[in-house]
Ligand binder design. Sequence first.
Ligand code: NAP
Length: 259
Amino acid sequence: MPPLYSAPSILILGGTTDARLLAAALAEQGGRRVELSLAGRTKAPLAMPVPTRVGGFGGAAGLADYLRAGGFSLLVDATHPFAARISANAVQAAGLAEVPLISLHRPGWVAQAGDDWRMVADVPAAVTALGPAATRVFVTLGRQEVAPLLAAPQHHYLIRSVDPIDPPLPLPHLQCLLDRGPFSLEGELALLRHHRISHILSKNSGGDAARAKLDAARALGIPVIMVARPDKPAGMLVENVAGVLGLLHQTGPAMDRGA
Ligand code: NAP
């Protein structure tokens, strides 16, 4: 397999800030064809710095076909840490199409002194962890994962999402807030105080854009019910955009072995 620095044509699986920043950095460097792929979950995605396609490929075989048909020489999986299926497909498709795969998996958040985190395996377990008595919950799970809240209608929910929840959730005590990060510590403190939040439901997504709510929770002594990450299959693993760019500049036997 040729070394990565010579990869002239790159497909990035995106849907994250990291994917957008990586695409911008590669476009800025020039000299390569770069395409970004989105699942199409966000109704009005931000403007992208490279040509973009939208929608599923039809599984790993479909992604492999797309890589072959487009003549791509490198696949980069920069999807969200909780998007496990597309990452498994990426590993399989890269093998089928004989294209190297770089997996940009950003690290999860780690609890610090003063944090009160309760780790759970999934969203239904997070809802159970709220307990039977009514609480005031700030929900930052993503709009496609909030259906399990219906099992506990006694709580007051404040759900923040980029797009509206559709269809609406028939919960008696529900407020929805449309907003897109990055969020500031001051803003999160004000929000938690204003809504008298007693618990936060979060996924351990990692990254900087959504971290402020955890700093605010620590400052206010609010418990965070944290959904643990799924295992994501990976190719050559890096933690950030610089890691991808570093791999692309590496040459020689170490890189050839990795590829
Ligand atoms: P998923 O469960 O891993 O993927 C489900 C299916 O969606 C995949 O099998 C694939 O369909 C399609 N898909 C996913 N990402 C794609 C991409 N970048 N380009 C083309 N098709 C894609 O993923 P998910 O949790 O639904 O997340 C969907 C997208 O939203 C991802 O791109 C992810 O980066 C972004 N996102 C997810 C979260 C989250 O918490 N899950 C949060 C923020 C952003 P086919 O099998 O038909 O190819």
